[in-house]
Design a protein around this ligand. Structure first.
Ligand code: ADP
Ligand code: ADP
Length: 233
């Protein structure tokens, strides 16, 4: 079953008397359990597509079906509800609340979902354990390394068991060794059956996915499976 079904999606911005065609007819489907990277040069439409897939914005025309629900024409309130229910976000800048512990950051989506306190903390602890941070639950973000902060953000994205994990340049603020660690974590998350869409401009990072969709000038330039080179590591 398709988690994402996008049909002839367009997003045009009016700037003065000009029309900027940020997306100009994108069609694609992403099935449950897929791990897809969206790539493209600066200005190709990645952020615009990410905002639409993430239900942060609606298209000028075309259709976007997320997990069976048409979100193309929803109001801001409806979009917010869909985001809370269906999508786990991971950002370049982690977006953690600085005064909150790792655990309190992770349980936030469960508060919005109306989950009771005991259950929230059980699920939050489990999520932090799953990303290898059982010994960092009470640490605040500034008491954690960059890689650990991103692990907290990944735990927060997963805690609600969303149908889609949407990661926007998740390694953009990490050194190369830590980036590889985080990409291994995404591999684990993929192997656990989650659907992942990763937006990146880094070829090395995109190669960790199983499929790469390349944008250029607001259209899909290519959409291909990643050929894995056999290695003996
Ligand atoms: P990328 O993320 O690949 O760099 P964007 O989606 O940010 O690409 O931008 C695609 C095109 O749309 C660019 O030409 C950009 O200038 C334009 N654009 C993006 N957002 C806006 C906006 N809010 N208003 C006007 N033009 C925009
Ligand atoms: P890295 O080598 O991954 O960059 P750091 O050197 O920043 O990590 O941190 C090493 C360890 O010390 C981490 O496990 C982190 O949780 C802990 N740590 C870092 N800063 C603080 C702090 N201000 N208070 C408490 N623990 C910290």
């Amino acid at each position: 079953t398709a988690v994402i079904h996008i049909d002839d999606l367009k997003k045009h911005y009016e700037v003065g008397t000009q029309v900027v065609k940020a997306l100009n007819g994108v069609s694609l489907s992403i099935e449950k359990g897929e791990y897809v990277a969206i790539m493209g040069p600066s200005g190709s439409g990645k952020s615009t597509l990410m905002n639409l897939i993430g239900a942060l914005d609606t298209p000028t025309s075309g259709r976007y079906i997320l997990n069976g629900t048409d979100v193309s024409h929803m109001s801001d309130d409806q979009l917010a509800e869909i985001r809370n229910r269906e999508i786990g976000f991971v950002f370049q800048t982690f977006n953690l609340l600085p005064r909150y512990s790792a655990l309190d950051n992770v349980v936030l989506p469960l508060i919005y979902a109306g989950v009771k306190k005991d259950e929230r903390y059980d699920k939050g602890r489990q999520a932090l354990e799953n990303v290898g941070l059982s010994d960092r639950m009470t640490h605040k973000p500034n008491e954690l390394s960059g890689g650990q902060r991103q692990r907290v953000a990944v735990a927060r994205a997963l805690v609600n068991k969303p149908s889609l994990i949407l990661a926007d340049e998740p390694t953009g603020n990490l050194d190369s060794k830590t980036s590889v660690d985080i990409m291994r974590l995404f591999e684990d998350i993929h192997n656990a059956g989650n659907t992942i869409v990763l937006v990146t401009h880094e070829e090395d990072i995109a190669q960790h996915a199983k499929r790469i969709i390349r944008l250029r000038d607001g259209v899909v330039e290519s959409d291909e499976a990643v050929e894995k080179v056999l290695s003996s590591e």
